[in-house]
Design a protein around this ligand. Structure first.
Ligand code: SAM
Length: 297
């Protein structure tokens, strides 16, 4: 493969993304997959918080800083590229602030096209001691495009049909169950039809149903080293739907480098930005280990 931008390939740049993004090539990355610090959750650096996002006293300042970052991010994304943004919410004095949606709506105003809001359900979320409201076990992933026409490979992330499986409460169409080599479509077509023309084989894509918007994915194992690592399984569908092998992927809040690890495992090139030195070193190390593997690309 031709080494188009050797300086960027599989590198995690050290610094503030609200500055470094303006040094990256324009309309270059096919996808941005990222999780910025959540508002008021934690300090990542050990010393003075540098230009760390998320430590602002006022929500408006946090929103303004994220808006600046994503305005710059828009300039480095290809016109047919996608941005996947993972965010969780924050309580202040018992009030749920609705931060993810405030950010999403502000990005809409900035010109991004909001194409999907995905719930990341965490089946192994930490138990909490709250007694006056339900325990939160989800975060958001927003999928934004830069223009109306963008690259999206629905087939790469299809999921199994459930309509006529044993889990389904729908009547009929289960005749395939227990029949060797049979399919839900065959089972349904052989019985009374709920569809007007009875062509369930056309209603059911052979590779599975289109990806849904609630993703149930446990928190991963690589959590000791960095506070807020998201699971590789969360990055995977975003990456596979929005890029091809050899494409360039960016994470301006790289943390421990999870986006990069998934990108490299799937033969995409990765560029990260991370403000805190110890995490930049950690992320770079993880990428270097993968790059050193023979036949990765
Ligand atoms: C939620 S964590 C990302 C974790 C990452 N997704 C992973 O799986 O490891 C957010 C990261 O953004 C970094 N960060 C905070 N402000 C930043 C800034 N202005 N520029 C670049 N990185 C920043 C933090 O140090 C932290 O590592």
């Amino acid at each position: 493969m031709v080494n188009e931008h050797p300086v960027l390939e599989n590198q995690v740049l050290l610094g503030d993304c609200s500055q470094l993004l303006s040094t990256l090539p324009k309309t270059f990355f096919q996808a941005i997959i990222t999780s910025p610090p959540y508002f008021g959750h934690r300090q990542y650096s050990d010393d003075a918080p540098l230009n760390e996002i998320g430590r602002e006293t006022h929500l408006d300042d946090y929103l303004q800083r994220l808006l600046r970052v994503f305005a710059l991010a828009q300039t480095v994304l290809r016109d047919d590229g996608l941005l996947w943004l993972n965010l969780g919410d924050t309580y202040r004095d018992k009030h749920l602030l609705g931060v993810p949606w405030r950010v999403a709506l502000a990005l809409q105003d900035q010109g991004w096209i909001l194409r999907s809001d995905i719930i990341w359900h965490k089946p192994n979320a930490m138990p909490s001691s709250v007694r006056t409201r339900p325990t939160t076990d989800h975060e958001y992933i927003f999928m934004f495009s830069k223009s109306e026409n963008y690259y999206y490979d629905a087939d790469a992330i299809r999921e199994p049909h459930v309509t006529f499986t044993g889990q389904s409460r729908m009547k009929g169409g289960r005749k395939h169950l227990g029949v060797r080599n049979s399919t839900p479509e065959a089972g349904k077509n052989g019985s009374n039809s709920n569809l007007h023309n009875g062509r369930w084989d056309q209603a059911f894509h052979p590779k599975g149903r289109n990806k849904r918007t609630v993703w149930s994915i446990p928190l991963g194992k690589f959590r000791g080293a960095h506070f807020a690592v998201y699971p590789e399984k969360l990055v995977e569908p975003c990456l596979l739907a929005s890029t091809k092998q050899g494409d360039y992927v960016l994470d301006p809040f790289a943390g421990s480098g999870t986006t990069g690890v998934v990108a490299l495992k799937h033969q995409r090139y990765f560029t990260g930005i991370e403000l805190v030195k110890k995490y930049q070193v950690m992320a770079q190390l993880r990428l270097d280990e993968l790059v050193a593997q023979p036949n990765l690309f």
